[in-house]
Design a protein around this ligand. Structure first.
Ligand SMILES: *Cc1c(COP(=O)(O)O)cnc(C)c1O
Length: 402
């Protein structure tokens, strides 16, 4: 891969911040968007803007074709068995809320669900909302200090009341890649379905939902070089068919009278209202982009950046890295001595370096480590070793100010 050429596709990377060249290392929060994806957005507005799935007129047909072509593309990308199992949402958060609300309808007093301590708030709060209403018990898989899930504890958590498991594929803080295939197998032995939060996995690794045998999988376009406001929920057909719609409205109905409404077939039953047909179409361009580069090439480049950054950061006095499990994904969370993540982030920004600071929407995980927050650097395909060096120098410089 020619990283200079790749960077040329991202005008934003030429920006300066505080008079310094921008070093964008907040990719786990959102990745930047290459020109081909922005052009796909423009193209939709300039040539194809019409409401989808409704009109017989040409523009509406063409807009529908773009959306449905992206659905087929997503199906291939995650290797789902059918496009009926691919639902477009606003993002991972909405995908999980859909399952929590809709599958949650089938849960009752005393039922238990299993989460892990490293979940993003998006995979905690929706379950609490339904949990409080339905008096469901949430059990939490602990981790080692390195950031590895305790699989024995997980296995021991299953009881006759366990009804659902929801776990993240990759931790957005620790970078840990969880053994989800094995965990799904364990859950299935107990006839318990599993949702995988794939927000941090889909940008960095090949996803095969049939090989994983997961029951649900959630991802966000904006973390995959795509536009914001688009996400995917994959669900096995038999679960989706048994679930009540999440929202009601246009597009999701079969026949409506004031007495009774029948619902549309999958996947439309779960897609009430006009979808973000522009964003969905442009997400298709982002998938093309990832496939052109090759996800394995992206991952190996990011891995090289991760290794280099880890080695260099470790030279800094008082450096503490959170998440040290082998084979981790390309995020580094750290603190230097007792310098707060907020101070570090603010001063790095003055040096042109964009990192994430704070709790990263994982307050229970911060509690586990007894910290308020961490600094997180996360890499994407367009980052360079030179940027990593400048980032490390900037961290050293900030550390020396305290
Ligand atoms: C970003 C993220 C989410 C939430 O994704 P949205 O795009 O904000 O809906 C959920 N889980 C993990 C692990 C994430 O990193």
């Amino acid at each position: 891969m020619n990283i200079d050429e790749i960077r040329g596709e991202y005008p934003i990377l030429n920006r300066e911040v505080a008079g310094k060249p921008l070093i964008y290392l907040d990719n786990a929060a959102t990745s930047q968007t290459p020109r081909c994806v922005v052009e796909a957005i423009n193209e939709m507005y300039y040539r194809y803007k019409a409401n989808v799935h409704r009109g017989v007129h040409t523009l509406s047909q063409e807009a529908t074709d773009h959306v449905e072509a992206t659905r087929e593309h997503v199906r291939q990308f995650i290797n789902a068995a059918s496009t009926q199992e691919v639902i477009f949402t606003r993002g991972t958060t909405e995908s999980i809320n859909l399952v929590a609300a809709s599958f949650g309808e089938m849960l009752y007093n005393g039922d238990e669900i299993i989460l892990t301590v490293m979940e993003h708030h998006s995979n905690i709060v929706p379950w609490q909302l339904v949990g409080h209403r339905k008096r469901i018990r949430i059990r939490v898989v602990p981790i080692s200090d390195e950031g590895q899930l305790d699989l024995e504890a997980y296995e021991d958590m299953f009881t006759d009341n366990t009804r659902f498991v929801a776990i993240t594929h990759v931790s957005n803080v620790l970078g840990t890649v969880n053994p989800v295939k094995q965990m799904i197998e364990i859950a299935h032995k107990h006839d318990v379905p599993v949702l995988i939060d794939g927000a941090q996995a889909a940008p960095h690794m090949q996803i095969d939902v049939q090989d994983l045998d997961c029951d649900f999988y959630a991802l966000s376009s904006h973390k995959m070089y795509g536009p914001a406001g688009v996400g995917v929920l994959y669900g096995k057909q038999h679960w989706l068919e048994g679930m009540e719609p999440y929202q009601g409205g246009g597009e999701m109905i079969g026949r409506v009278t004031f007495e009774r409404t029948t619902f549309a077939d999958l996947p439309f039953k779960f897609e009430a209202g006009t979808p973000d047909f522009v964003g969905i179409s442009a997400f298709g361009a982002a998938l093309d982009y990832i496939e052109r580069l090759g996800i394995d090439n992206i991952a190996s480049h990011e891995h090289e950046l991760l290794e280099h950054a880890t080695t260099e950061l470790m030279q800094i006095d008082g450096m503490r890295i959170f998440g040290t499990v082998p084979g981790k994904s390309s995020v580094i969370s750290f603190l230097v001595r007792d310098i707060s993540s907020y101070d570090m982030g603010l001063l790095l920004d003055k040096l042109g370096v964009a990192v994430r600071t704070g709790h990263h929407c994982t307050q229970p995980l911060m509690d586990r480590y007894g910290v308020n927050g961490t600094v997180r650097a996360s890499f994407a395909v367009y980052n360079t070793l030179d940027e990593v060096d400048r980032f490390v120098s900037a961290v050293k410089r900030v550390a020396s100010m305290f």
